[in-house]
Design a protein around this ligand. Structure first.
Ligand code: PEP
Length: 250
């Protein structure tokens, strides 16, 4: 059985003081322990997350990293640094990293391999643009991203990866893919993993949907066979909303 996993992506939000307030509120919530919960914070908030979430079931992680352990890479954060602070996850290949900062599949692949080498759980994002969806090229796009991003990832390691299917047109826009369309794409990704690896790997890998997930639509999405969780931007910034997402089964 795949454990449902809800992860907040705070993006470039939350000063240290704001992060303290939000995490203090979150800690007081009675979250469903059958659902894995995590927050991926800006790098500057990781110490706060590490201190405040210690002893709770809420994991935390980074929103990006470089693949090297240390060195002359100004402005970057390394897997060793994330691991040392107690991070569990690292989001890789988010569409904002790809589109705004020009990250390509070759770089993302190096990051995925490095995260796995350092026992971090990569939350690997993929998804099509509106133009690609309108041209019915969503499967082609996601296939090319995942084949490249997962190059040389082993059969054992793929089971640790969380794949987040995030259609770009649904991120931060308030437009959610219909639960049927989201499930169809997550099912497509699962079949792709079966082709690239094995049925066992496909059954084990967790696939999240991301794109304007909120308390009002989480139940419908999470009820779908191939959707194992959600990567959540906007709605993860309010403790009550994040609680409702994690507690979608209550
Ligand atoms: C995201 O940040 O990955 C995301 C899906 O954002 P939002 O939930 O705000 O659409």
């Amino acid at each position: 059985m795949r454990k449902p996993v809800i992860v907040g992506n705070w993006k470039m939000n939350m000063t240290v003081s704001e992060a303290k307030n939000l995490l203090t509120e979150l800690k007081e919530k009675n979250l469903d322990s059958e659902v894995e919960a995590g927050v991926c914070t800006p790098a500057i908030d990781l110490t706060v997350a590490s201190n405040l979430l210690e002893g709770t079931d809420i994991g935390f992680g980074g929103q990006n990293m470089y693949f090297e352990e240390s060195g002359a890479f100004t402005g970057e954060i390394s897997p060793t640094m994330l691991k040392d602070i107690g991070a569990k996850y690292v989001i890789l290949g988010h569409s904002e990293r790809r589109d705004i900062f020009g990250e390509d599949d070759e770089l993302i692949n190096k990051k995925v391999l490095s995260a796995l080498d350092h026992d971090l759980v990569p939350i690997l994002c993929c998804g099509e643009s509106l133009e690609e969806r309108e041209a019915n090229k969503q499967e082609e796009k996601v296939k090319s991203q995942l084949e490249a991003d997962l190059k040389d990832v082993s059969e054992d390691d793929i089971k640790e990866v969380i794949i987040a299917y995030e259609p770009i047109w649904a991120i931060g826009t308030g437009k959610t893919a219909s639960a049927e369309d989201a499930d169809a794409m997550c099912g497509y990704i699962r079949n792709l993993i079966a082709d690239l690896y094995s049925k066992e790997a496909a059954d084990a890998v967790r696939i999240q949907y991301g794109g304007s997930v909120k308390p009002a639509n989480v139940k419908e999405l999470m009820a779908k066979e191939n959707i194992d969780g959600a990567l959540v931007g906007g709605a993860s910034l309010k403790a009550d909303d994040f609680e409702a997402l994690v507690n979608h089964r209550k």
